[in-house]
Write a protein of this length. Structure first.
Length: 560
């Protein structure tokens, strides 16, 4: 914020003890002393103690305020950004004392902060003759030249002053302009200053910086089109200027342009800006000295700027459905983050950021049925948090689905290490067991029953057990079909042969064996019923048991 002129008409002391002054002056006021000078000094003591509310309340008690009282009221209101109150008080101070340079200057400054350019210029015209020194007169003349009305040409004196101001004068001018409250005013003044001094790096840097701050505010308020309208000409001016600023200015402009375009759903244009930002960053990286690269390209939280650019490129490609390109950018993004894990502030910030993104991408690629990519992101999430049980569980199911049994077993061992007594791990082991034959299915069901008895009333065991049995039903159906095919083959051969040509002992032996197999299949199907929760699966098992009963009767009759 711009600085006002502050004049306190109190006799200076070598080492003021404001606390003691407040104590004594408060006692005087409580004793009934309402002298304006005493109240004024108490208000100033409050002000120096950082108690602006008390200072303003004390100044308000002065019955017949003079110019200094109004001036201090204005200063306190200005510091609280209460522009209307500040302007009223400065105007009254100037009315009380027409020769008061601080009152007039502060009034002009307040009007600039509220965007009242015409009124500020009128005040400035009356302020120049009040300047207390030639240097101040020169400064105000330069400011008047910058503040001139649109279309009005600057005087020869103003042009001369603008082109000949010293470094200190320019810096004071920049400090005052940048501290104003109105962006439109700041941007207009800086634009005129840059036009008058095209080779000034401080002026051009302040001009670009002010625009970037405003663009960031627009982006934060989701005003994407306004941000693009501000930044697009700014980019062209930065690239064509003779003044060479830090490459980060251009990178920031391109990055915000890409963000604004993407948030407006124009992802192709966003990609163009993001690629240009990445190229500008790479050029700067290649030309920067090796000594300061680590500090230059890593922010206070430990995030490498290259990681941000890769993330934006990845997100834009992801939005366009170019998942393979997005995956390449995401992998570079994670590589950068992991490299700077030791510099993370707070210590777990980068780890949490990488883990959350890796988990999200695993979900995304799973929904797109890109299992290899999903598995790679889950593996990365696991490396970041080796003991995260949920990630291990998801990775186990991913490997199981991809038929990577050996990898699934490795994850299962890790799950048992993380939670030694968790029934989930034992149930997961059942999922990776091969169950192609009926005796293998029976052994799996026996182990499932053992786990259910070990952890009674555990809903996780019940749900997982039901899921395992649901996956076993197709295996039982397949075995039943194989058995039916064997029985039907024998029956068809019997039908094609005369009775005397049938080898009845062999038929009886085969049918007796098939009867035993169907009895075994029926027992296994009944075991499954104990773990079933779905009505559809239950009906399927009952249908299978009925089928077994019919086949048992058929085999029994042929075996007699």
């Amino acid at each position: 914020m711009a600085n006002v002129h502050d004049v306190i008409s109190v006799a200076p002391v070598a080492e003021p003890d404001w606390a003691e002054a407040v104590r004594l002056l408060e006692q005087a006021v409580k004793a009934g002393n309402q002298d304006p000078n005493g109240l004024y000094m108490l208000a100033m003591a409050y002000k120096h103690q950082g108690r602006p509310a008390d200072a303003r309340a004390t100044l308000a008690r002065i019955a017949d305020p003079d110019a200094n009282v109004y001036l201090q009221r204005g200063v306190l209101a200005f510091n609280e950004r209460e522009w209307a109150d500040a302007g009223d008080n400065f105007a009254k101070a100037w009315e009380k004392d027409a020769s008061s340079f601080p009152a007039a200057y502060n009034l002009m400054l307040t009007r600039l902060c509220t965007g009242q350019l015409d009124q500020a210029l009128e005040t400035l015209d009356k302020l120049v003759p009040l300047a207390p020194s030639p240097a101040e007169n020169r400064f105000l003349t330069v400011l008047r030249g910058l503040l001139g009305r649109p279309g009005a040409e600057a005087s020869a004196e103003q042009i001369h002053y603008l082109s000949t101001i010293t470094t200190d004068e320019e810096q004071r001018l920049l400090d005052m302009i940048v501290g104003l409250n109105q962006f439109e005013v700041v941007y207009r003044l800086l634009a005129k200053l840059v036009s008058a001094r095209p080779n000034s790096e401080p002026a051009f840097r302040a001009y670009i910086g002010a625009a970037l701050v405003q663009a960031k505010n627009l982006v934060d308020r989701c005003q994407w089109s306004d941000a693009e309208l501000l930044l697009s000409p700014l980019r062209r001016r930065l690239e064509s200027s003779q003044v060479r600023l830090d490459a980060f200015y251009l990178i920031s402009i391109l990055n915000m342009l890409g963000t604004a375009a993407c948030m407006s759903q124009d992802f192709e244009r966003g990609l163009v800006h993001f690629r240009a930002a990445a190229e500008a960053f790479q050029r700067d990286f290649n030309t920067a000295g090796p000594a300061n690269k680590a500090d230059r390209y890593v922010n206070a939280q430990g995030v490498y700027i290259g990681a941000w650019l890769e993330q934006n490129l990845a997100l834009a490609n992801e939005a366009l459905g170019r998942l393979e390109i997005a995956e390449a950018h995401w992998n570079r993004y994670f590589d950068y983050l992991e490299h700077y894990f030791p510099r993370s502030l707070p210590p777990d910030y980068l780890q949490n950021l990488a883990f959350a993104n890796a988990s999200r991408l695993a979900d995304l690629f799973s929904r797109k049925e890109k299992w290899l990519a999903a598995a790679r992101f889950l593996e990365r999430a696991h490396r970041i948090r080796p003991t995260d049980y949920e990630t291990l569980e998801r990775l186990f199911h991913m490997y199981t689905q991809m038929k990577r049994t050996d990898d699934a077993r490795k994850v299962l061992r890790r799950l048992r290490e993380v939670r030694p007594n968790d029934p989930q791990a034992e149930l997961f082991e059942l999922e990776v067991r091969e169950a192609r034959k009926l005796d293998e299915v029976d052994a799996l069901l026996t182990d499932l029953k053992r786990i259910a008895q070990r952890f009674p009333n555990d809903t996780r065991v019940e749900e997982r057990g039901a899921a395992i049995v649901h996956n076993l039903v197709p295996i039982l159906d397949r075995i039943a079909d194989q058995y039916a095919s064997q029985v039907n083959k024998v029956v068809d051969q019997m039908r094609r042969l005369p009775s005397y040509q049938i080898n009845w002992p062999t038929v009886r032996e085969i049918m007796h064996d098939m009867e035993d197999k169907y009895l075994f299949l029926r027992r296994v199907a009944q075991k499954c019923l104990a773990h079933v929760t779905s009505d559809d699966t239950r009906r399927e098992l009952h249908r299978l048991i009925s089928h077994c009963d019919r086949k048992i009767d058929q085999c029994h009759s042929l075996a007699e």
